[in-house]
Design a binder for this molecule. Structure first.
Ligand SMILES: O=C(O)CCC(=O)C(=O)O
Ligand SMILES: [Fe+2]
Length: 260
């Protein structure tokens, strides 16, 4: 796993404290729609079994950080005219720059040993949620989409556009949802002879609770589609239908250099 230099780490902490405040506040009076996430210092990464390159940090943001991030998004005023999506390229708002730094810090110092079991099939691969060339590219991210979904709304199965580099981060806020991953080729291919239909149509559900961070790279980014279907009956987790509220997400990506 990549190590952060001491100097870098204290610099991050300084910038992040400015954006998100001290993480010492108590999570005991957590408002609705905010997970009591552990936040920094307690990051645990899990490699999602079955989808190589998909990692989840369920308690990425503390309750306080989630509330601050939502306030910062609210202050942008993006969602006042029924628009449910806002995109930014190049210069990101300062809170998104700081969120990027926090993501990098979580990858550097978080505990990825929980993901070791799922990764054990590939001995060459470091148990790190992101390959180091992506982790240390500059800028880490330069494109951001904030999505706001009302109950019942989601996003169709897709692979993110090829104009974006590998290494995509999704931060979830307000409402938990199930994101489903399915193999991209399963959409167009008929099951190959000898291959079972269930193999090619298998879906991998992932719970994105408020305050969580999902990272997609490699196969997860290029070979798997992701979708959120919030129609009644499609948000089952542990046999129960999730309670739906408004959901806000922030997706961070890096644009590839423009070529004709
Ligand atoms: O809202 C989300 O969690 C995912 C958004 C997404 O996949 C996208 O904008 O490409
Ligand atoms: Fe996407």
């Amino acid at each position: 796993m990549a190590a952060a230099g001491d100097g870098g780490e204290s610099h991050y902490r300084e910038a992040l404290r400015e954006a998100f405040g001290d993480s010492s506040s108590s999570d005991s009076d957590t408002p609705a729609g905010v997970s009591p996430g552990a936040g920094r210092g307690h990051w645990r990464w899990e490699a999602v079994a079955g989808v190589r390159g998909l990692w989840l940090c369920a308690a990425f943001l503390s309750a306080d950080e989630q509330a601050r991030l939502l306030n910062a998004i609210q202050r942008e005023g993006w969602f006042i005219n029924a628009d449910n999506q806002a995109m930014r390229f190049g210069d990101l708002p300062s809170w998104a720059v700081e969120l990027s730094a926090l993501i990098r810090e979580a990858i550097c110092v978080g505990d990825a040993s929980a993901g070791l079991g799922a990764e054990a099939t590939n001995e060459d691969e470091d148990a790190c949620p992101l390959p180091s060339d992506l982790l240390w590219r500059e800028p880490f991210f330069d494109q951001m989409i904030a999505n706001r979904y009302r109950p019942g709304e989601g996003i169709c199965a897709h692979v993110d556009l090829m104009r974006f580099d590998d290494g995509i981060a999704i931060v979830s806020l307000e409402s938990a949802c199930v994101m489903r991953f399915s193999r991209a080729e399963a959409a167009s291919d008929t099951p190959k002879q000898g291959g079972s239909a269930s193999e090619s149509t298998a879906e991998v559900p992932v719970l994105l609770n408020p305050g969580s961070l999902a990272l997609m790279s490699g196969d997860a980014r290029y070979l798997w589609m992701h979708e959120i279907n919030r129609k009644p009956g499609r948000q089952l987790w542990d046999g129960r239908e999730l309670e739906q509220r408004r959901r806000t997400s922030v997706t961070l990506r890096k644009l590839l250099p423009y070529t004709d």
